[in-house]
Design a binder for this molecule. Structure first.
Ligand code: 13P
Length: 254
């Protein structure tokens, strides 16, 4: 079954507003010929509104990297889903391993955030992935299954169908060390089978499962060519318009 390829760029904590404006403009200009690949860029929250002005009339969609699950309140320094939405975002990354590692996020907080995102009409990109130690102990499937089941707890098929899952092995993030296409395919298939078990064929066959972890123009072809790899969540290589648009064009050509 042919699923749409979805390429998202996670800018992480990079780009001031003027830099973001420039990068968004370049990405928009370099992707005007793209027809069959969904593109999402996720700048830091401070640049969401600025980037939205640039891409609002294009086919590039806007995503945020995080938010807090309460609707509003005394939560100094944090942002609500409604605020993210009002800046123009239609997607939001939830449970990135860096948030789990440095900011104490858990499967439980991921679950709460998915709920709030859906209530506010934001499409969640839910990140899962094992550490090097977990992979070496042969517990990748167990860890990733637990993360997925925890994230999806209490959601029906209609809700689950709105998610994008991003499989990002922690040992491949920012390390230049990519999962082999076989390793990626194996986990992606396992995730799809799990979704089939939890829901039904329709959700499983249509859900987008992205791979993330040192995706670059040099390896995008082989990774995106795997049957169950429906796109990429790109970190480092999305900070330059040339490499990001190259990855998008590779996706488009497959
Ligand atoms: P890198 O592409 O820099 O490895 O980052 C991947 C990532 O964490 C995307 O969310």
């Amino acid at each position: 079954m042919a699923r749409l390829k979805v390429i998202a760029g996670n800018w992480k904590m990079f780009k001031t507003n003027s830099e973001a404006l420039q990068l968004a403009n370049q990405i928009k200009m370099k992707t005007t010929d793209i027809k069959n690949t969904k593109m999402i860029i996720c700048p830091p929250a401070t640049a969401l509104a600025v980037v939205n002005e640039v891409i609002k009339d294009s086919v590039v969609s806007l995503g945020a990297q995080n938010f807090y699950w309460e609707q509003e309140g005394a939560y100094t320094g944090d942002l609500s889903a409604g605020m993210i939405k009002s800046s123009g975002a239609t997607y939001v990354i939830i449970g990135h391993s860096e948030r789990r590692q440095y900011f104490g996020e858990t499967d439980e907080t991921v679950n709460k955030k998915i709920n709030t995102a859906l209530e506010n009409g934001l499409n969640p990109i839910v990140c899962v992935g094992e550490s090097l130690e977990e992979r070496e102990s042969n517990i990748t499937d167990k860890i990733v299954s637990k993360q997925i089941s925890g994230a999806l707890k209490g959601f029906n098929a209609a809700a689950a169908a709105k998610l994008i899952i991003a499989y990002e092995p922690i040992w491949a993030i920012g390390t230049g060390k990519t999962a082999t296409p076989e390793q990626a395919q194996e986990v992606h298939k396992m995730i799809r089978d799990l979704i089939r078990n939890l829901y039904d064929d329709d959700v499983a066959d249509n859900i987008i499962i992205q791979y993330g972890g040192s995706v670059k123009p040099e390896n995008a072809d082989i990774l995106l060519g795997q049957e169950d790899v429906d796109g990429a969540l790109v970190g480092g290589a999305c900070l330059k318009a040339d490499s990001f648009s190259e990855i998008i064009h590779i996706a488009e050509s497959l």
